[in-house]
Design a protein around this ligand. Structure first.
Ligand code: SF4
Ligand code: SF4
Length: 83
């Protein structure tokens, strides 16, 4: 599953540079995660780096994007090829 940022986000900017897939950007009101780029950090790290650093714990899984670990790995490979 891709992750998502909820409206509890305080726009602190800490998560953005931590994302290995450049999936995080500043939205109109809060930061947002592109579900097509978020692999839950699969392929790069053992744990989601944005969740590790977020001070208000507002980055849950996005229920609209159910994905298996295998699908996340495939997404990682696809993103790597596109780079
Ligand atoms: S879980 Fe990883 S890939 Fe997904 S948005 Fe957070 S830092 Fe980026
Ligand atoms: S670290 Fe958390 S609070 Fe800060 S910008 Fe990212 S999602 Fe928002």
């Amino acid at each position: 599953m891709a992750l998502m940022i909820t409206d509890e986000c305080i726009n602190c900017d800490v998560c953005l540079p931590e994302c290995p897939n450049e999936a995080i950007s500043q939205g109109d009101e809060i930061y947002i995660i592109d579900p097509n780029k978020c692999t839950e950090c699969v392929g790069h790290f053992d744990t989601p780096q944005c969740v590790e650093v977020c001070p208000v714990d507002c980055i849950p899984k996005n229920p609209s994007y159910p994905e298996t670990p295998e699908q996340l790995q495939e997404k990682f490979l696809r993103l790597t090829v596109e780079k």
